[in-house]
Design a protein around this ligand. Structure first.
Ligand SMILES: NC(=O)c1ccc[n+]([C@@H]2O[C@H](COP(=O)([O-])OP(=O)(O)OC[C@H]3O[C@@H](n4cnc5c(N)ncnc54)[C@H](O)[C@@H]3O)[C@@H](O)[C@H]2O)c1
Length: 254
């Protein structure tokens, strides 16, 4: 039984990492997928791969921080597949810094992509979901929305706000059959994380520090986050809304 049969899912940041793994999984579970990303080459490739597997997908170029582009993304989903049932606000960026050394542009971009991007996705998708009787929204927050880590001021501030925005929107739309939940991954083996470790002054030491905090003693693979997103997207989680779900190998249990 395919869990997302007949559903239309918009996934941002779907050209890489967690979003890419989710796009493949959601399509295999029967969803028509809108692969939405800033990167047209890898985005087109992801949509092509889904179609090559016999699934339905279109690529839409979007900067989630731009209201006009997000509106166009949602319109593109409706034009291609007629409706929006699932919105996975997953696109994100990380500019490691303290509040003293962060540039104001990087600070603003972190808030614009990681937080405003979630708001804009919801603002434009919710009216479409209401037309067809409801939907499921999943936001990718982070463990850094729950606990602190050195030099993550712009990222943690945005992800912490995504956690609370998730709860807020869940309350606002609970009676209209739109569920809103978020995922809090710890360390995931993706481009974002590899870049973060490679750019640290001592990458080997940084990797050891990262793994030392995780009870399961390993990073997640993007497919393990995608599996949690699928649960929240599907009717398997029909009575779950406003939940902040760590997918973190036990990190936030410590
Ligand atoms: N990798 C981790 O360890 C980790 C941990 C916790 C949370 N997260 C979060 O998971 C999400 C996905 O990250 P990932 O690790 O898969 O990263 P990734 O770098 O592999 O993929 C991110 C994708 O988002 C796209 N993107 C970036 N800015 C965008 C924008 N403004 N508009 C549209 N698309 C944009 C990129 O082009 C890329 O394809 C992010 O929100 C990230 O903060 C990641």
């Amino acid at each position: 039984m395919k869990r997302l049969k007949g559903k239309v899912a918009v996934i941002t940041g779907a050209a890489s990492g967690i979003g890419h793994a989710s796009a493949l999984l959601f399509a295999r579970e029967g969803a028509a997928v809108v692969v939405a990303d800033l990167n047209p080459e890898t985005g087109e490739e992801a949509a092509e791969r889904i179609r090559g597997e016999g699934g339905k997908a279109v690529f839409v170029s979007v900067d989630v921080a731009d209201s006009g582009q997000v509106e166009r993304m949602v319109r593109g989903a409706v034009e291609a597949f007629g409706r929006v049932d699932v919105l996975f606000n997953n696109a994100g960026v990380n500019f490691p810094a303290t509040v003293v050394d962060v540039g104001e542009k990087a600070w603003q971009r972190s808030l614009d992509v990681n937080l405003k991007g979630v708001m804009l996705g919801c603002r434009h998708a919710i009216p479409e979901m209401l037309k067809t009787g409801g939907g499921s929204i999943i936001n990718t927050a982070s463990m850094l929305g729950l606990v602190a880590s050195p030099r993550q001021a712009p990222y943690s501030a945005a992800k912490g706000a995504v956690v609370m925005l998730t709860r807020q929107m869940a309350i606002d739309y609970a009676q209209r059959n739109i569920r809103v939940n978020c995922l809090c991954p710890s360390e995931v083996n993706t481009e974002m994380n590899r870049r973060f470790i490679e750019q640290s002054p001592d990458p080997a030491a940084e990797l050891r520090r990262v793994l030392a905090r995780i009870p399961m003693d390993r990073m997640a693979e993007p497919e393990e986050i995608a599996a949690a997103a699928l649960f929240l997207a599907s009717d398997d989680s029909s009575y779950i809304t406003g939940v902040v779900l760590p997918v973190d190998g036990g990190l936030t249990a410590m």
